[in-house]
Design a protein around this ligand. Structure first.
Ligand SMILES: Nc1nc2c(ncn2[C@@H]2O[C@H](COP(=O)(O)OP(=O)(O)O)[C@@H](O)[C@H]2O)c(=O)[nH]1
Ligand SMILES: [Mg+2]
Length: 469
């Protein structure tokens, strides 16, 4: 990858918009931009300068018969140009950003003019890759840029922003430091070995190892939640017919998405919608009521309900709080035993004093959430219970957690290497061998932040970026 040439790309999304931005980065950025711009002032670092985008003299559309083209005839657009001087820019190169009106024709023309003057079209993610290769960002921060751009909820954006700030790297740093200290200790031990001095006793090594592996295991444990934040989860709403599944679904979706009728067996196909709960994308699936189907369509619907139930990350079992739980309810509850599930007793608005007195009002499960899809009562509690069940309670965003599969894999590899090191100590394996495990763990650390990288890793990370970032 060449770092010395000047690259260009349209940084705003394809299509028309109020403004479109073209970004030039590299040593020739100013020189390449100059002939196409007529500005009110000289470019100054970090200042937006108003001006015109013009056809460079002697190029482009010439009026037939005219000896020379006037300045006014060469004007294409009005622009605002911002200059960031090396090294105080996104990539640490000289950067010129030209904000024109957002016409794809104009933006493409700027790119073509720049290409004709020696700029090169940027690869996807190349600006960010330069920022990484020039040491302005580490790899976790570069990945955070991508996550931020791809975020679907504000919460995901905030999580990515924390990582862009270096939250994960900061969390890893002291752990890595401890690992390096241990390696140094053992390396020193080897040097002294010929003099028959054992510098580190096994106990000291094990204690030191624990100081590395324990916080690392804690970090690894955040990955379940991190996955949920990053990818979201699926939630299947199941229960007997007519208990209010579709009504609850509509409540959670906040619009009338699924058909609700007083007729049991209304929902036959799966109805699915993605919503944000606590900033996490949740794919809600409304299902057909589980009973022996009255016709073929309903029977198929019930089979689909069972499939949705078995595949969902979380199951919402809906009961009718005005009715004594039947066998089907009991069977459903048994089916979700040991699985992440939330039990809801719906239609709580119908619990009359009389019903309560007849003890029907007692909850089937003490942990159940009471809701009314009609009045909206308990819906807030239901959302909270869903988040709680998925492990979203009490995780500190600021302290950094694992949302990225690449990081998860490396942390778990590192944990395994430390585990092997512990066994090596227990088996009184020579320290040279023990060190191999520790270096292995260290290498995984460095791969996370990008302190050591290979082209494969870079392709993997930056290949998923959009152009112009
Ligand atoms: N009073 C009351 N009626 C409800 C509630 N939830 C649903 N219903 C009614 O119960 C019937 C069945 O609702 P629906 O959502 O189609 O149930 P589903 O078959 O489980 O999807 C409809 O007439 C709804 O208006 C509730 O919380 N309170
Ligand atoms: Mg329904």
């Amino acid at each position: 990858m060449n770092l010395d040439d000047t690259i260009i790309a349209i940084a705003t999304p394809p299509g028309r918009g109020g403004i479109g931005v073209v970004r030039l980065a590299g040593p020739e950025a100013r020189a390449i931009a100059a002939p196409m711009l007529r500005l009110k002032h000289e470019l100054e670092p970090n200042r937006a300068i108003f001006g015109e985008l013009v056809e460079p003299a002697g190029e482009g559309v010439e009026i037939v018969g005219a000896a020379t083209t006037s300045a006014a005839e060469r004007r294409i657009d009005e622009v605002v140009v911002t200059y960031f001087r090396k090294p105080h820019s996104y990539t640490t190169d000289d950067i010129v950003e030209i904000a024109a009106h957002g016409s794809p024709v104009v933006l493409r023309h700027i790119v073509e003019l720049a290409l004709a003057r020696g700029a090169r079209l940027a690869e996807p993610g190349e600006f960010t890759m330069r920022a990484f290769l020039n040491g302005r960002l580490d790899l976790t921060q570069a990945e955070a840029v991508r996550d931020l751009i791809e975020s679907q909820t504000l919460f995901q954006a905030k999580v990515a922003a924390q990582q862009l700030e270096g939250a994960l790297s900061k969390r890893l740093k002291p752990i890595k430091q401890k690992l390096i200290e241990l390696i140094a200790l053992l390396e020193a031990g080897i040097d002294f070995a010929e003099d028959d001095i054992s510098v580190a006793a096994d106990q000291t090594i094990l204690a030191h190892l624990a100081e590395v592996s324990q916080p690392l295991e804690e970090l690894a444990a955040t990955s379940a939640y991190g996955k949920v934040v990053h990818e979201g989860f699926t939630l299947a709403i199941v229960g007997r017919p007519n208990v209010g599944k579709s009504s609850l679904f509509n409540r959670l979706v906040e619009r009338e998405r699924a058909i609700v009728t007083a007729q049991p067996g209304t929902t036959r196909d799966l109805v699915s919608e993605t919503v944000a709960i606590g900033g996490i994308p949740v794919q809600l699936i409304d299902t057909a009521g589980i009973r022996n189907g009255v016709d073929e369509a309903e029977t198929i619907g019930v089979r689909k309900s069972m499939e949705a139930l078995s595949e969902a990350d979380l199951v919402l079992v809906v009961l009718d709080s005005t009715q004594t739980p039947g066998d089907e309810d009991g069977e459903l509850l048994r089916m979700v035993e040991g699985r992440p599930a939330v039990v809801v007793e719906n239609k709580c608005d119908l619990i009359t004093a009389e019903l309560a007195a007849r003890a029907h009002g007692a909850k089937v499960k003490t942990s159940a959430v009471r809701t009314s899809a009609v009045t909206g009562e308990g819906i807030g509690e239901l959302r909270a219970a869903i988040l709680q069940r998925i492990g979203a309670g009490g995780v500190q965003v600021e302290s950094g957690f694992l949302t990225n599969v690449r990081h998860q894999k490396l942390v778990s590899d590192s944990v395994s290497a430390l585990e092997a090191a512990k066994n090596a100590v227990a088996n009184r394996v020579p320290h040279e061998m023990l060190l191999l495990d520790l270096y292995h763990a260290l290498r995984k650390f460095d791969e996370i932040t990008g302190a050591t990288t290979t082209d494969d890793i870079l392709n993997l990370v930056f290949g998923t970026f959009c152009i112009g970032k």
